[in-house]
Design a protein around this ligand. Structure first.
Ligand SMILES: Cc1cc2nc3c(=O)[nH]c(=O)nc-3n(C[C@H](O)[C@H](O)[C@H](O)COP(=O)(O)OP(=O)(O)OC[C@H]3O[C@@H](n4cnc5c(N)ncnc54)[C@H](O)[C@@H]3O)c2cc1C
Length: 455
């Protein structure tokens, strides 16, 4: 059995025994069965209980609550949505795109509110996000983003070099953007706290109980079958493991490193006084946060996509990617050269072929789903949970009318095309960043790949 404390810094910091709850033992009938006890499954249970305290809910989880991306992520609870507002508007119209993004902003506040209301101490700090521009092409992307933000009322502002450096004193900063719509969280404390709350309100969480198949009104496991009026698939990056679902989401890995707690003198040099989350406008995504105990946590994509959507514990740790992340941190903050790294980890997230997150319920089969959040699920799962609760209880609300509800993405290509395409896209983004660093001009390769990937 895996030592769950090794999953992430966040799990290592938990002040609770990480023993599994009892597995499903025999057949059971409930109103709602949920597969996966990450944020999606648990928020769904939470809001169902809020709407109807008598509803009976059982969750089955392969490992323990929070085992997946929910207990391992970068802790950005942001208003980001995987499809840009302009792209969404071109598909569903301006008003619907605005509504989706307004719901995302409100979701950040909702997560902060619930954590406080339920007494879940998840080291939450609503400090916003700074995205640095560290070259002229990056500055052009910052301007473009603020223009889009102005068009859709998203709340991002352009920072000049001094203002950006005043928040994050990285090297080479020529400007940036700031949005207040992000809170930093300790994700394992949040997801595990949420599991405790829904359990106290009567939901059963059966851990170390992998679902073998999801069927209309039933979840089959090796130790019993859950029968339910509604079944929620909340397995995101792991969905490919379920029978018949291999091409729904591509599991793509994101990896993270964490430093030891840093002295105040070092933080005085780096900044992040409000515990803002931070990134820069390079193509291959990186993300960072200052933790409550004064560490720098820094992650990024760059790990390979694995053939046939395979997921394995060994893929969480890729030494070459950790080395690149460490180099990127040193390049951003030379003061950190010589600082010890205490934790290195990673995990899979789910990407739909058209990059859309979606949530929905098929009323004829009772099957509900949510996922495809790319790397923006910490908040989006909460919106998904509220929306699924409304759908399952038959409510027609502002949430159930958002454009991501019922959206169907096309499936990924069969192998080897999926493997070739995903890894070529990854390489192209790395080359694009290197070319921009060398030549100081925007990369055409990056725009081409973005267009091909359907973002
Ligand atoms: C390294 C990393 C960094 C990230 N950083 C951020 C960030 O900073 N901000 C952000 O917004 N998003 C981030 N994300 C994405 C975010 O964490 C996810 O979108 C979100 O946690 C998804 O939640 P979920 O509940 O849908 O899926 P998960 O948390 O992955 O939960 C799915 C659960 O289902 C279980 N499961 C799988 N198959 C079965 C089965 N057959 N039977 C029973 N149980 C099953 C798994 O064990 C798992 O616990 C990051 C992701 C990763 C991996």
């Amino acid at each position: 059995m895996r030592d769950y404390r090794e999953l992430s810094l966040w799990f290592d910091q938990l002040d609770e025994p990480l023993t599994a709850r009892p597995s499903l033992d025999g057949d059971r009938e409930v109103d709602v069965a949920v597969v996966g006890a990450g944020f999606t499954g648990l928020w769904t249970a939470y809001y169902l209980q809020a709407l109807d305290p008598t509803v009976s809910i059982a969750l089955v989880e392969s490992e323990i609550a929070g085992f997946g991306a929910s207990g391992r992520n970068g802790g950005w609870c942001s208003a980001l949505f995987p499809v840009s507002a302009a792209t969404l508007a071109s598909e569903v119209g301006d008003d619907a795109a605005r509504a989706q993004y307004a719901a995302m902003r409100a979701t950040v506040d909702e997560v902060v509110r619930v954590a406080a209301a339920e007494g879940i101490d998840a080291d939450v700090a609503p400090g916003g996000t700074v995205v640095l521009a560290r070259s002229q092409p990056q500055l052009a992307r910052a301007r473009h983003e603020v223009a889009e933000s102005d068009r859709f009322g998203l709340g991002s502002v352009l920072l000049d070099a001094d203002a950006a450096r005043g928040r994050v004193a990285a090297t080479g900063v020529v400007g940036g953007t700031y949005t207040p719509h992000c809170a930093v969280v300790q994700p394992a404390k949040l997801v595990r706290g949420l599991a405790r709350v829904v359990e106290q309100r009567g939901a059963a969480i059966h851990e170390r109980t992998p679902a073998l198949a999801i069927e209309p009104h039933a979840v089959r496991t090796a130790t019993g079958t859950l029968r339910a009026q509604h079944v929620v698939r909340a397995t995101e990056g792991y969905t490919a493991r379920l029978r018949g679902q291999r091409r729904v989401y591509a599991p793509v890995y994101s990896l993270i490193i964490a430093t030891e707690p840093l002295p105040d003198a070092v933080w005085d040099e780096i900044g992040l006084r409000d515990r803002e989350t931070f990134s820069d406008f390079r193509h291959l995504i990186v993300y960072g946060q200052r933790t409550a105990d004064g560490r720098l946590v820094f992650g990024g994509r760059g790990a390979p996509y694995h053939y046939a959507s395979r997921i394995a514990a060994g893929y969480d740790r890729v030494p070459a990617v950790f080395a690149e992340l460490e180099q990127a941190v040193h390049e951003l903050f030379p003061v950190l050269r010589g600082t010890a790294l205490t934790h290195r980890w990673g995990g899979p997230l789910g990407i739909a072929r058209d990059w859309h997150a979606s949530v929905g319920l098929d009323r004829t089969t009772g099957l509900a789903w949510a996922g495809g959040y790319v790397g923006d699920g910490v908040s989006t799962t909460n919106l998904a949970g509220r929306t699924l609760a409304d759908l399952i209880t038959g409510r027609d609300t502002e949430l159930t009318r958002l454009p991501w509800v019922g959206h169907r993405s096309r499936r990924w290509e069969p192998e080897p095309l999926r493997w070739l395409g995903a890894n070529a896209g990854l390489r192209a983004m790395t080359w694009a960043d290197a070319a921009e660093r060398r030549h100081g001009r925007p990369s055409r390769m990056a725009s081409l790949v973005t267009a091909m990937m359907g973002r």
